[in-house]
Design a protein around this ligand. Structure first.
Ligand SMILES: Cc1cc2nc3c(=O)[nH]c(=O)nc-3n(C[C@H](O)[C@H](O)[C@H](O)COP(=O)(O)OP(=O)(O)OC[C@H]3O[C@@H](n4cnc5c(N)ncnc54)[C@H](O)[C@@H]3O)c2cc1C
Length: 494
């Protein structure tokens, strides 16, 4: 007997869950608020240029292989490994640092400011690697039925890692490295988790191991959106129907179960089971009207920084830059402490630049360039008015021009700026937060909104704000965890 599943959202977690569930014999239908699939992993096409809208690289590529193997398909896209991983420029320096995966080359890059870096890194990465391997299967890739179950599971992690839960990632950098630059560069991963290195526990330095040693970072041949196109093609072959421009606004329950959801036009979407790929915390508050996730409670949670993104189509090729570039300054501690709550001016921000047509020439017309700039900024709780988004973009573009000697402003023929407000309205990102719920120790594992609803037996969640967390590989793992839940509760049908 076929069971019908309605998936709300076509982000990476929604698409991967759909693929897994069809493999297991479920009939799947999907609804999506935006006009095309992918969620944050989306594509902007404008004035002859293409832009990957948000993710530009990812780690743990083997999670995509696991997905393909599970669904018995050939990998629908090709990875391109990044090496060097990225370049970093500090304000006032006349040079940039290239972050090589090869530790000898990396040490050579920093030899003037950080002697013996190779040895220091070997020691640092050994410990970071142990944490990663000691937690990956025990904690990250597990479903938890209760908080107690989670806490018991944590006791299986070797006790030697415990102290790193109680001091910060920055302290870990101070213990291992001497130069300001090296400490800053290896603590940037703290921001990927939604906090600062000063309040992120040192255990998360395992992310330095994933970037430098374990699997590195990858892009996709032909652009990141090939991931979405590949998955959607496969889903279409499996007769999964996808409906765009459909925003779920309310629900209907019968006998302790969800019987249907309703969209903005009042249309009813019925199914046997439901998987919510929209934000697992804010959906519970805004659509299910749960008290535990009422606006005040949601606002008290820790959310990751919001994105201000800029997409530039240039009339010529950029010189003197690498594909992936970070532009940092020297007021790191002050900036990190103030940016979340909007207590520092945004005229001199920190930002990341990806020259997208270097990887993917088809993203720009011949001889031209498509450039993506991401500036992490306060979310809408702390800065609700973004009328100055263009002004901030001007400042970033001018700064980038000064620091690279390349006239970005003068060569721009296409420009789009997306503020946190635009991100919120495009994909329902709560308060415009870019990566969803942060990963403080009280917001991960058994503390994170569960992928199985507390009240309705036929309602599940997949995506960045449920387990295990945010980022592309994590959302693929999330699709595996929710599928395991559904199979445990309802069985394999094929
Ligand atoms: C600017 C930026 C840069 C990033 N860079 C990277 C990176 O380089 N590498 C990396 O690994 N990760 C990166 N991330 C994080 C990554 O994009 C996310 O973790 C991941 O894409 C989340 O996928 P998801 O499926 O959980 O959610 P989403 O992609 O948000 O998908 C959820 C979908 O649900 C839809 N939806 C929401 N509410 C409703 C509703 N009520 N009705 C119908 N549909 C609804 C939304 O429109 C959306 O399409 C970045 C994120 C941002 C914003």
């Amino acid at each position: 007997m076929n069971k019908k599943v309605l998936i709300i959202g076509t982000g990476l977690a929604g698409l991967s869950t759909a693929l897994r569930l069809t493999t297991d014999g479920y009939e799947v239908e999907m609804v999506e608020k935006y006009h095309r699939p992918g969620g944050r992993l989306n594509l902007l096409e404008k004035d002859g240029f293409k832009f990957d809208m948000a993710p530009t690289f990812f780690s743990m590529s083997y999670e995509f292989k696991e997905l393909a193997d599970y669904c018995k398909i050939k990998m629908p896209f090709e990875f391109v490994e990044l090496d060097p991983l990225y370049s970093v420029h500090f304000e006032g320096d006349d040079r940039s640092y290239l972050i090589h995966k090869n530790l000898k080359k990396l040490a050579e890059e920093f030899k003037k400011i950080e002697p013996d870096l190779e040895k220091k890194l070997e020691r640092f990465l050994k410990s970071a690697g142990e944490i990663f391997h000691d937690t990956e299967n025990i904690v990250i890739k597990q479903n938890f039925d209760s908080l107690l179950g989670y806490l018991l599971q944590l006791t299986r992690v070797p006790i030697k890692h415990a102290p790193k839960m109680f001091y910060s990632m920055w302290r870990e950098m101070e213990k291992n490295f001497d130069s300001f630059e090296v400490k800053v560069i290896f603590s940037l991963v703290g921001f990927f988790l939604g906090a600062t290195p000063f309040d992120t526990p040192a255990v998360y330095s395992m992310l330095n191991y994933t970037e430098l040693v374990h699997d590195g970072y990858h892009n996709v041949k032909g652009g990141m959106y090939k991931i979405v196109e590949g998955l959607v093609k496969e889903l279409e072959q499996r007769n999964v129907k996808m409906h765009y421009g459909v925003e779920i606004e309310r629900f209907e329950k019968t006998n302790g179960q969800i019987s249907a959801f309703y969209d903005q036009t009042g249309k009813k979407w019925a199914a046997d089971l439901f998987v919510v790929n929209a934000d697992a915390a804010s959906f519970r508050g805004q659509i299910l009207q749960r008290k535990k996730y009422a606006p005040k409670k949601l606002d008290q949670k820790k959310w990751t920084l919001a994105p201000l993104t800029i997409y530039l189509g240039l009339d010529t090729k950029v010189t003197n830059m690498y594909h992936h570039n970070y532009f940092l300054r020297r007021n790191f501690k002050e900036y990190a402490g103030k940016i979340f709550k909007n207590t520092i001016k945004l005229d001199k921000p920190y930002y990341y630049v990806n020259i997208q047509s270097m990887h993917n020439p088809a993203y720009a017309p011949e001889g031209k360039e498509s450039v993506f700039i991401l500036c992490p900024v306060p979310d809408l709780r702390y800065k609700a008015n973004w009328d100055d988004a263009d002004e901030i973009a001007d400042a970033i573009i001018a700064d980038m021009g000064e620091r690279t000697g390349f006239d970005f402003a003068g060569h721009t023929e296409s420009r789009s700026v997306y503020s946190p407000k635009d991100w919120e309205s495009a994909f329902n990102l709560y308060q415009g937060s870019g990566l969803g719920l942060a990963h403080d120790l009280n917001q991960v594992g058994g503390f994170r909104p569960s992928n199985k609803d507390e009240e309705y037996k036929n309602l599940y969640y997949a995506g960045a704000s449920t387990v295990p967390g945010t980022g592309l590989p994590m959302t693929v793992i999330s699709s595996r965890l929710v599928t395991q839940r559904i199979l445990k509760d309802h069985g394999t049908l094929s």
